[in-house]
Write a new protein. Structure first.
Length: 258
């Protein structure tokens, strides 16, 4: 086990947890006796309703407003996370964004590149660095889960900045896994495929049609619960001899098929 104590509830920080996949993960952890820090950037109502959902299921949660893309935001997030229950045992780097507009890579702007990389890669990298330092100082191990995407390996030329950010998160997973393993901190990467959330709402109909036509071996779209269940499998300690591991949660979409 990578946790501190079997008696004291462990503390999870989930970024971007007000809705979508992050909320699915936060509520699943809350229902299993984790204390959950629900990070959100701007939608205080959705974060409050996530906290309420966790409390309704008998768990404990607090919301923390912070933009993971900004250094100040990450400093606030770290400070308030440690103040809440004295430590963090699990970091889930979930917050992420698609490009505001899908634009061919020959037309992509530097502003869009910088924004997506800042939220999806630079932010999680430096947040992980800060939380890992705390975990090392606390000497009680820990777990880090990065929510990347099948876009880490599947090229979409109309959202190249997103693909690059998620591919970078793959290397980030390996780097921290290597650096932290000896101190009892294990790092994993979950690669969701197409999951029904606000992020995919704009392309939902097209994706539903493609899935019905056989795009994915398992012929349905993913749900936040699918990703949450993979997180639970990790944090319940069933992979004690694995780190830097990638788990695809994509209905088999990563399989090369003929
Ligand atoms: P979503 O848009 O529904 O949720 C993303 C959350 O992150 C939102 O609550 C948003 O406010 C928050 N967020 C965005 N930027 C932030 C910032 N700078 N600081 C703090 N919070 C911020 O999307 P989702 O589908 O739930 O995506 C969650 C993660 O899963 C993302 O990293 C995404 O790239 C990844 N993912 C999603 C899919 C999918 O099909 N939905 C597939 C693969 C990977």
């Amino acid at each position: 086990m990578t946790s501190a104590s079997q008696h004291q509830p462990r503390v999870a920080l989930v970024t971007g947890a007000g809705r979508g996949i992050g909320r699915g993960i936060a509520t699943a952890l809350g229902a299993r006796n984790w204390r959950v820090l629900v990070n959100y950037r701007s939608d205080a109502d959705s974060a409050a309703s996530c906290v309420q959902q966790i409390e309704d299921s008998g768990g404990e949660a607090r919301s923390i407003q912070a933009d993971v893309a900004s250094a100040d935001g990450r400093a606030t997030l770290l400070r308030e996370s440690l103040a809440a229950w004295g430590g963090v045992d699990l970091l889930v780097n979930n917050a992420g964004m698609a490009p505001r507009q899908r634009v061919d890579i020959l037309e992509m702007s530097e502003a869009s590149y910088d924004e997506v990389m800042g939220v999806n890669l630079r932010g999680p990298f430096f947040l992980t660095q800060a939380i890992a330092r705390h975990m090392l100082a606390a000497e009680r191990g820990g777990t880090i889960i990065n929510i990347s995407s099948m876009s880490a390996v599947v090229a979409s030329t109309s959202r190249g900045e997103y693909c690059i950010s998620k591919a970078g998160m793959g290397m980030m997973t390996k780097l921290f896994a290597d650096r932290l393993a000896d101190q009892g901190i294990l790092v994993y990467e979950l690669r969701p495929g197409i999951v029904e959330t606000d992020m995919t709402a704009v392309v939902l109909e097209r994706y539903q049609r493609l899935v019905a036509e056989g795009l994915t071996p398992i012929r349905r779209l993913g749900l936040p619960e699918d990703v949450a269940r993979a997180c639970l499998a990790i944090v319940e300690g069933h992979f004690p001899f694995s780190t830097g591991e990638v788990i695809n949660v994509d209905g088999g979409q990563h399989l090369q098929r003929l």
